[in-house]
Design a binder for this molecule. Structure first.
Ligand SMILES: Nc1ncnc2c1ncn2[C@@H]1O[C@H](COP(=O)(O)OP(=O)(O)OP(=O)(O)O)[C@@H](O)[C@H]1O
Length: 584
């Protein structure tokens, strides 16, 4: 229970509703206790009638009264049971909601390194499976727990007061039932976890097959994929059968134990009646009802134990995750507006997971409003520079300054709001084109959206779709071409109108003519903005104020287009190679 202490803060938050729920639970159980005693009383009425102690009409009248009381209290018990669920289960849903939000907020804070180290499936599980296991503890376990305690606290003394010896015999099989249910619950849980794992394997496999359907078809892999899926499904089916087998034991076992207890009551109670130890047959009936009322709560004890154990394990995983501190911390609370000057001082950066040193002792300065192109072979560290400017990672050594202030002394939010980044793999959400562009500025007008789409030379494409800017993208909608995606992503950054633009090879999928148009538009849009353009093409770099050539994480050359084409080296070779390509 050590780990579950974490959610006590939520219990405190919803203390009023919880206390009300507990009170209602007790009331509901007290009402349900009326039935057995009135059943006993009804039998006693019949006994008295049989013994000529009361008349037929009197017996009928009292019987009717008893029946009405039983019906009335049963209805009240039902109403309060309904209210009990309405309060306690509702609270558990609120706690689930709060905990999910807390976990999700924490996800948002964590840096990219965290996402590299953890698999998406695990991240999803923590926020869905683990949180719902904890909810089972905060809701059903709590509710049935209180229910069981209340029932025991009231029924057991009543039984001992009415017939102590019979009470002992009636209660005897119940602990056995509880232990058995506990053991079965554990096996059920173990097997259902395995079934869950197979189900998630199966859904990951099918999802990948759907996503990669074009590759599957192009390489005629349908049969292979079908066979793999069949194997997985057969394995999953076998595990499900294992689960079904133990599940099948649950209810028969309960029925068996209720039966045994009932037989005990009738046999022992009957003997006691014959010996005159109990005065009425009604007591036997009363006890049979008690047995039925106690069986489920007793079974629940075993079940509750396993719920609490599972919740504890889940909360442990959640706590471990919540205790991870974001490696990129925002230590500055006040806003720190930016102008756009960027300086790298002897920056070295090594990726934690791969231990690849992507940048080695790099220094350069970009004045506010300048455009700098970064060119180099793949893997030379170009994107890493952009990621460091946006402080997606912290440098391993050296320093980055924005407006002459060390990046760590600036408000992280201010940095990110002043940066318009267009990543290499433009990511668009399954939403309308308009919403995707609006990410850059939530309150943008349609005119503003159209203006930036025009600048990104994608307006005409969008107008070609049936629903124009309201066209849905992604799985539910149309798939944009690589170049269209890049341009929508550029429009999104332009709409943000930031101080610094980071364009990561974002024109690679457009033809050179469109590239030229976009570059011209960008030149106007980013006149007083600091712009970093990562590219493999000289055409994207030639107009920059400065060109940085990277090789294996080091600066190989730095200069303007005109100066660099004069010097033998990477840039001049690239320029000539691309010139020949163009002429051809
Ligand atoms: N997120 C990451 N985790 C670990 N290693 C990485 C990561 N991103 C890049 N690297 C490694 O760091 C090096 C530099 O990568 P980077 O993406 O900066 O190169 P690049 O010049 O932008 O390449 P490209 O032109 O192919 O985009 C590469 O060796 C790459 O494998």
């Amino acid at each position: 229970m050590k780990e579950l202490k974490y959610i006590n803060k939520y219990f405190k938050k919803y203390a009023v509703q919880l206390l009300l729920g507990i009170f209602i639970t007790i009331v509901a159980r007290v009402f349900s206790l009326v039935t057995p005693s009135y059943v006993k009383k009804s039998i006693e009425v019949l006994e008295r009638y049989g013994g000529d102690l009361i008349s037929k009409s009197e017996a009928k009248e009292i019987l009717l009264q008893h029946i009405l009381i039983i019906i009335g209290t049963a209805l009240l018990a039902a109403l309060f049971t309904f209210l009990m669920r309405q309060t306690i289960i509702k609270v558990s849903r609120f706690i689930e909601y709060d905990l999910k939000n807390e976990v999700f907020d924490h996800y948002q804070l964590l840096s990219l390194n965290f996402y590299k180290k953890n698999r998406t499936g695990d991240l999803m599980n923590r926020i869905s499976e683990d949180v719902s296991e904890v909810r089972n503890y905060a809701g059903p376990a709590l509710m049935y727990g209180i229910n069981t305690i209340t029932l025991f606290a009231t029924i057991v003394p009543l039984m001992f007061m009415t017939a102590p010896k019979l009470a002992v015999y009636t209660l005897l099989p119940l602990p056995i039932l509880s232990v058995l249910i506990y053991k079965i619950s554990k096996v059920i849980h173990k097997r259902s976890t395995i079934v869950q794992q197979y189900l998630s394997k199966l859904s990951t496999f099918t999802q990948e097959s759907f996503s990669g359907i074009s590759v599957i078809k192009a390489y005629s892999l349908e049969n292979k994929i079908n066979n793999e899926l069949t194997d997985l499904a057969i394995e999953g089916k076998n595990k499900s059968m294992d689960l079904a087998k133990v599940n099948a034991w649950f209810f028969p076992l309960m029925v068996l134990l209720i039966g045994i207890s009932t037989i005990f009551v009738i046999y022992i109670g009957g003997q006691q009646y014959i010996n005159g130890e109990i005065t009425s047959i009604g007591v036997i009936l009363e006890f049979v009802i008690y047995v039925n009322m106690l069986t489920w709560p007793v079974a629940v004890i075993g079940w509750l134990t396993s719920i609490v154990q599972r919740a504890e394990a889940s909360q442990k995983r959640i706590n471990e995750f919540l205790s991870i501190t974001p490696s990129i911390k925002n230590d500055v609370l006040e806003d720190t507006p930016l102008n756009g000057k960027i300086e790298f001082r002897n920056v070295t950066f090594t990726y934690e997971d791969t231990e690849i040193t992507a940048l080695k002792n790099i220094s350069f300065t970009i004045e506010k409003g300048d455009t700098v192109a970064i060119i180099g072979k793949t893997g030379s560290g170009k994107s890493t520079i952009l990621d460091l400017v946006a402080r997606l990672y912290d440098v391993s050594s050296g320093e980055i300054l924005l407006d002459d202030v060390p990046i760590k002394k600036l408000n992280l939010n201010s940095i990110r709001t002043e940066i318009g980044a267009v990543p290499q793999d433009a990511f668009l959400f399954s939403d309308t084109i308009k919403s995707n562009i609006k990410f850059g500025k939530e309150n943008a007008t349609d005119e503003e959206i159209i203006a930036v789409a025009k600048k990104a030379v994608v307006h005409k494409n969008i107008m070609g779709f049936n629903k124009k800017y309201d066209t849905i993208l992604g799985e539910r909608g149309i798939t944009l071409s690589g170049g269209q995606k890049q341009r929508v992503s550029i429009a999104r950054a332009l709409l943000k109108d930031p101080k610094i633009y980071l364009f990561d090879d974002c024109l690679s999928a457009v033809d050179t003519e469109t590239e030229e148009k976009i570059l011209n538009n960008l030149k106007n849009a980013s006149k007083d903005k600091t712009t970093l353009i990562v590219s493999h093409r000289v055409s994207s770099a030639k107009n920059a104020d400065k060109i940085i050539i990277l090789k294996e994480g080091e600066i190989l050359q730095i200069g303007t287009h005109n100066s660099l084409i004069e010097i033998d080296g990477y840039y001049k070779d690239l320029y000539h190679a691309q010139l020949i390509d163009k002429e051809n």
